[in-house]
Write a protein that binds this ligand. Structure first.
Ligand code: BMA
Length: 885
């Protein structure tokens, strides 16, 4: 158990500030995190088979029942092998958590004491010293319970009983003659496939299984439990509302919500710490508080503010504020908050084709480059900041400026948003509705969601990275176009009307209103994809779009991406397996194969059969993989090249298109998925490609299915850039067929169509199966950008039969700065992938294409010894994988 003196908000001031003030006057905080135990609740039906979970065992708080069971080896690792079916009983059981704690003197004697539960997952009864003090029905809310008069100095017992959400909701769901559409039915029999409970409970949707993650319906004390006590006042919230921010001046309001025990006057001071560390008194006044809730608004202005910019557009300076309430001589309560000053608008401009959808930050129209994030683990409490930092840093390193935090998981953590603020990553945050439908026609359900939304919007609103609140993921298109609405209308038209009315009420009005009231000026968007509840959703003409006809049905070839030009592509994706080392972490080599049980258990698309889809795409371009290792490699090449084609097309379609967020950045566990960074943080080929295709200055050379190559020049810089574009047509052996250079000038924030070529323009009489056209863009101060165009699928290319195929050589040596890997290619080496087998090593680049005679120098960082790395070094290219068939 630990005392906290200065967490971010709602907090007591450091005791050093309180010289001369009696202890009881200072709010105190006790984080109740040490000494918890848990057990399967007495009397539960699961006890028969799981008696070893009946005795009390120590528990980690915050935590989940799955991770507690794992810590005691009562269950196998839920991520290794295929244990999922055998673990579904956990979601059907009730669980009890208990702690006995001593209350600090300040808490027992205070005028006020609250127990604060920042997150309980989900249906929970809370008992304090034998009295039931709280019933919980929403994992996304913060619960505050007054407990003054109920605490004793020694031996307080706090008990929380979690009820199985499935068992609790099933009678209600089964009682409905016509059911609401759910998401992914359980293949394990723990819940009937025609009575899915997930959408009836405010709990992370992905716990019930998704197409990239397992089904673990967990429970537990997911966030901290804190005992807060105070005698005079408590600052509940400090909002930094940005009313107007320009280069000359920022007008903001610091708004303190204060809970006062009794009426009275106090001195209020607000300190500002500028990004350069300079601390100034920004406001000082006497405030008259009434007993209960008070709202004090302090208008502030800053001349020539240092503004916050998304990555690639400027720096991320942050201002800190600290509010103090005192009685004239000493401080009684305080709170701190941090923000970055920027203006952000979601611009919807009407034009001949429809309505735009783009973000302007500090007046700059920003082309959003990035990816969607999903939960970082099945068990959120074990996600740590270093893990988030690694993935978000990877995003920034790949030249991304935005992520969309998707609605089937959880509202992202304070750590996530702190990092996004510091890195300059804009965050589009969905409300937690991931698909299917929910009983929004039920007033109590909606009221619960509104409270949740208030909690979350208030928690996140000071973050400059937050640029949009979106009501839900794909619910509107599921209703309108996937048949959810139609099926229900046919079965029960009255219910269908109620469901849709409830939907419109919740996403059209209720959540919009919460964001307007609490969000500090951030935009709201009803559903992704959508057009903010206009009749037609998911149209290229207006609003944002998800495009799944590549990968999803009818599984068009990737060149189809070039025919879809939306305003803002917020989802599109292709799967790939993670690197061999990651696969080895959950499957022994003998268990690895295209359709083995363990591999299918970690491939959630098409209920385990997703490798068939993956293989279809691999075969189309590359032919049959030689073995599972070859399949992993080819899946990554396919994913990287396919997403690159789409992303560059989106960028080349600027300003009509103003965003490209591929599905998906990260993983929830180790397995096959659409991610570019796997659960261990290892980059797939796509992540290396993203760094190139999202580079601020780049060339796009995109060959469509009919053989026309469109070349565009892309510039996301605020300044014009000058450079040279080289067109080099050559044989795979290096023979130059054509070599031209042209000076080019790229306007700021633009995409310029340079030229369209039909194949004959580029090939002349050359053999399409033995020729490549390479477009190289050189601009001073920018990394060189290259687009390579092939004229036949890789499986038809006439790769050399010499050994090694591409004539690749790699040498590892050391220079003054560390380890260097020099790679050279005698012939064209496409999709070069370098790894060190079972050793982890970070490479400054990978997934490269080397032209005949080219040499690259890569940095290698690893904890392993140089000799071991050299022995483990493995370099392959497409020629090897394609010819090995
Ligand atoms: C989109 C997402 C997710 C899903 C992904 C891949 O529809 O919104 O629901 O995981 O596709 O199928």
């Amino acid at each position: 158990m630990k005392f906290l003196s200065l967490p971010k908000l709602m907090v007591a001031l450091a005791l050093s500030l309180l010289a001369g003030v009696a202890m009881a006057a200072a709010p105190s905080q006790l984080v109740i995190d040490q000494g918890w135990t848990f057990r399967l609740a007495p009397g539960n039906a699961q006890l028969g088979k799981h008696a070893d979970a009946a005795p009390w065992h120590t528990a980690t708080v915050p935590g989940t029942v799955h991770t507690d069971l794992l810590a005691h080896k009562l269950i196998p690792d839920p991520y290794v092998g295929a244990p999922e079916a055998g673990l579904q009983w956990i979601g059907l059981a009730d669980w009890e958590y208990r702690i006995v704690f001593d209350a600090p003197q300040a808490a027992v004697g205070s005028a006020r004491s609250d127990l604060v539960f920042e997150g309980l997952d989900t249906f929970a009864e809370v008992w304090l010293n034998g009295a039931r003090v709280l019933d919980v029905n929403n994992a996304f809310r913060t619960w505050r319970v007054p407990v003054q008069g109920k605490l004793r100095a020694k031996g307080n017992e706090l008990r929380i009983v979690f009820r199985s959400p499935i068992a609790k909701l099933l009678p209600q769901v089964q009682g409905m003659p016509v059911k609401l559409a759910g998401n992914y039915p359980s293949p394990y029999g723990d819940e009937p496939v025609d009575a899915m409970t997930g959408n009836f409970v405010r709990k992370p949707g992905y716990h019930f299984g998704w197409d990239w993650g397992p089904r673990y319906v967990t429970a537990g004390i997911a966030k901290p439990v804190v005992l807060q006590s105070w005698d005079t006042v408590r600052i509940d919230n400090l909002q930094l509302r940005q009313d107007r921010v320009s280069a000359e001046r920022a007008d903001i309001a610091a708004i303190a919500s204060i809970d006062a025990v009794r009426a009275g006057g106090l001195a209020l001071r607000l300190w500002q710490t500028a990004p350069d560390g300079k601390r100034t008194l920004a406001a000082e006044r006497r405030v008259e508080l009434k007993a209960g809730s008070n709202r004090i608004e302090l208008p502030l202005h800053i001349d020539q503010p240092q503004r916050w910019y998304p990555h690639g557009y400027g720096a991320q300076p942050l201002y800190r504020y600290e509010v103090q309430l005192g009685d004239g001589q000493s401080a009684i309560a305080g709170a701190t908050a941090r923000t970055g000053l920027r203006s952000v608008e979601l611009r919807r401009e009407v034009d001949a084709k429809g309505k735009s959808f783009y973000f302007a930050v500090n007046g700059i129209p920003v082309f959003a480059k990035g990816a969607n994030t999903i939960p970082f683990d099945m068990f959120q409490p074990r996600v740590h900041k270093a893990q988030l930092r690694h993935v978000l840093q990877s995003a920034v390193d790949a030249n991304m400026n935005m992520v969309r935090s998707w609605g089937g998981g959880y509202y992202e953590s304070d750590d996530f948003f702190d990092l996004a603020d510091e890195l300059g990553l804009m965050v589009w945050q969905d409300f937690m509705f991931g698909g299917g439908m929910q009983p929004a026609y039920d007033d109590a359900f909606r009221a619960n969601v509104v409270q949740e939304a208030r909690d979350q919007v208030r928690r996140l609103r000071n973050h400059p990275s937050l640029v949009l609140w979106c009501g839900n993921n794909e619910e509107e298109i599921a209703w309108k176009y996937w048949g959810h609405g139609k099926t229900m209308k046919e079965a029960d038209p009255l219910l269908a009307e109620r469901v849709w009315k409830g939907y419109v009420q919740l996403f059209g009005s209720d959540l919009r209103q919460v964001v307007a009231e609490e969000g500090g000026g951030i935009g709201y968007w009803a559903s992704s994809p959508g057009d903010d509840l206009a009749e037609v959703a998911n149209t290229p003409a207006s609003g944002d779009m998800h495009y799944w006809e590549v990968w999803g049905n009818p599984a068009h070839p990737v060149t189809k991406y070039l025919e879809i030009t939306p305003r803002f592509m917020s989802e599109y994706g292709l799967q790939a397996w993670p690197v061999q080392r990651t696969v080895d972490a959950f499957a022994a080599r003998a268990e690895q194969g295209m359709a083995t049980p363990v591999i299918e258990a970690h491939q959630k698309f098409m209920a385990g059969k997703g490798n068939e889809r993956l293989l279809k795409y691999v075969r189309e371009e590359f032919g049959e993989p030689a073995d599972f290792a070859g399949f992993i490699y080819l899946s990554q090449v396919m994913q990287a090249e396919g997403i690159e084609l789409a992303a560059l097309h989106h960028r080349a379609s600027r300003p009509f298109t103003m965003g490209s967020l591929y599905w998906q950045l990260n993983d929830v566990w180790p397995g096959a998925s659409w991610s570019s960074v796997d659960w261990f943080g290892r980059w797939k080929a796509l992540q290396f490609h993203a760094r190139r295709f999202y580079a601020p200055v780049a060339v796009a050379a995109l060959r469509d299915a009919k053989g026309t190559t469109t070349v565009s020049l892309l510039n996301d810089r605020l300044q014009p850039v000058r450079g040279e574009l080289r067109l080099h047509v050559l044989g795979l052996d290096g023979k130059t067929l054509r070599d031209e250079r042209k000076p080019v000038e790229l306007a700021p924030l633009s995409a310029t169509r340079f030229h369209d070529y039909v194949d004959a323009d580029l090939l002349g009489k050359a053999d399409p199966a033995a020729t490549v056209a390479v477009f190289d863009l050189q601009v001073e101060g920018e990394p060189a950008s290259r687009g390579a165009v092939y004229f036949v699928p890789a499986k038809q290319v006439k790769w050399s039969s010499a050994e090694p195929r591409a004539g690749l050589r790699a040498e590892l040596h050391r220079d003054g700065a560390g380890l260097v890997l020099e790679v050279t290619a005698a012939r064209l080496a496409r999709a070069v992938w370098i790894d060190f087998g079972e050793l982890d090593a970070e490479l400054s680049d990978n997934a490269l294409t080397l032209l005949p005679g080219e040499r690259v120098r890569l940095r290698v960082t690893s904890a392993a010894a140089e000799g071991a790395l050299r022995a483990a070094l493995h370099v392959r290219s497409l020629a090897d994988a394609v010819q090995a068939q």
